[in-house]
Ligand binder design. Structure first.
Ligand SMILES: [Zn+2]
Length: 468
């Protein structure tokens, strides 16, 4: 008998130990990340993965191995012989052992991806800014993947573990009259800190045209945690119903589709008109298909187009210029859907009603939407003159004068100046000239602008706390 069979699962358990030290060393290496807040968020994710790995070990030792050892002492019906622990593990729990290996590897892989993500760190702050609007403080990490998606750490860690435990519960060993001991509920035992991951398409991390889609995922995430959709639904009252986009589909499918359009409407109001362009662009790159999760593209574009048709602001020309760029593109696309009969009048009526409901929920939430950010920018910028006049420029936060749309384009693309402009304002300007300039080639400059904006915000905050 080899050593290995005297110590069942030894190699697997040893490997889980290796994975744990891998995660620990990745946590130590986070020190290279210049942003304490991002570092802290990743550290919490790492600790969650360590808790997950510990749980895999406990499933193997405390649950499967202990049970196998108990059954190994029982004589088999008919033969009266006993079985070895190894035989029992292989015969009855081979699948669970195999799954646990993959789950443990998956935890380590996820964390390595998150900690080494190639996404610009500044994009984290796009999400943190929305979190702040909802007073939401849970952990966030970005995970490079093959699609955009949001996921809670309960889904990342507990769901795969549940799948082992569920299968384990159903196994009743032959020759035993007793029911197998029910495994303890690991869900309540694993101490997970509330955390969330936003998946982003890894190959598009440096393509600014798709950055606005992160806003859509942020709303998904907040909806998951705070029940935003439900809140909106209850605000609709009993007289109005969620849109039925396809009467042939069951209610749950139509509801899922409504949720998707809900995120789109929230995202376009929050981010601004260029979200519509981003959405259309993504689904040209990744040919769109309707699924249980995602309604027809025509419905989504129709809903965001309603924003383009109704949005207005007197502040600067950013909104009007961005609208004049993307409205014709979306209108042309919608006309195609109408001609092909894909977008019917019935669907349009349903979406019109729904759009109004979501828009009024957004207003009731009093979050800072794109047009509010424009107003704030103009209000701050108009103080630039006053500061020069009063010669108090070194005693107040630094303020740029208000730049027009063309001035921003000229400064960023021609004069190569990184402006400390709010990222959503900046992107609504620069993406609207993406036919002339290739933002992909400019992603570093845009990141630099975003970085400067963060520095300015930190500076403002520091000064205002001194004054207070
Ligand atoms: Zn979505």
């Amino acid at each position: 008998m080899s050593d290995l069979s005297k110590q069942p699962l030894r190699s697997t358990l040893e490997h889980i130990g290796e994975l744990e030290s891998d995660v620990s060393s990745t946590i130590r290496n986070l020190a290279r990340i210049p942003y304490p807040r991002i570092r802290f968020n990743l550290e919490i994710a790492g600790k969650n993965y360590k808790a997950g790995l510990d749980a895999v070990r406990r499933v193997l030792t405390e649950y499967l191995l202990t049970r196998a050892q108990q059954f190994a002492t029982l004589p088999q019906p008919g033969t009266g012989k006993t079985q070895t622990v190894d035989e029992i593990l292989r015969k009855y729990w081979g699948r669970q052992l195999n799954m646990s290996y993959h789950i443990a590897e998956g935890f380590r892989t996820n964390f390595a991806l998150e900690a080494g993500a190639n996404i610009p760190f500044e994009l984290y702050f796009l999400v943190f800014d929305i979190f702040k609007e909802f007073n939401f403080e849970e952990t966030l990490v970005f995970r490079p993947a093959d699609q955009f998606k949001s996921e809670t750490f309960e889904e990342t860690i507990l769901e795969p573990l549940d799948s082992i435990l569920q299968v384990g519960k159903q196994t009743i060993l032959p020759g035993t009259l007793e029911q197998p001991p029910v495994p303890r509920d690991l869900r309540t035992e694993i101490q997970l800190k509330p955390a969330n991951a936003i998946w982003y398409v890894s190959g598009e991390a440096h393509n600014p045209i798709l950055w606005p889609l992160i806003i859509h995922e942020s709303f998904h995430l907040l909806d998951n945690r705070l029940g935003l959709f439900q809140e909106m639904e209850s605000l609709m009252g009993s007289t109005k119903k969620l849109p039925v986009l396809d009467p042939a589909k069951i209610e749950q499918v139509n509801k899922k589709w409504s949720k998707e359009i809900f995120q789109d409407i929230a995202a376009v109001h929050y981010f601004g008109p260029m979200y519509a362009f981003s959405l259309m662009n993504y689904f040209e790159r990744l040919p769109y298909i309707r699924s249980v999760e995602h309604p027809e593209m025509s419905s989504r574009l129709y809903a965001v187009n309603k924003y383009l048709q109704t949005a207005h602001s007197q502040h600067t020309d950013y909104l009007t210029r961005a609208l004049s760029f993307c409205k014709p593109l979306i209108t042309r696309e919608l006309a195609r859907y109408e001609q092909s009969g894909e977008l019917s009048d019935e669907v349009k009526t349903e979406l019109d009603m729904f759009y109004d409901a979501v828009a009024s929920w957004l207003r009731s939430r009093r979050i800072t939407l794109f047009t509010d950010r424009l107003a704030r920018y103009v209000a701050q910028g108009s103080r630039a003159r006053e500061m020069v006049d009063k010669q108090i420029i070194d005693r107040v936060p630094y303020v740029d004068p208000i730049f027009t749309f063309d001035e921003v384009v000229d400064l960023v693309f021609t004069k190569k100046v990184s402006l400390a402009l709010d990222p959503t304002l900046l992107l609504n300007v620069v993406l609207a000239v993406s036919d002339k300039y290739t933002p992909q080639g400019y992603s570093e400059r845009l990141v630099d602008c975003m970085y400067k904006c963060r520095v300015k915000q930190a500076w403002d905050l520091a000064l205002s706390s001194i004054k207070a």
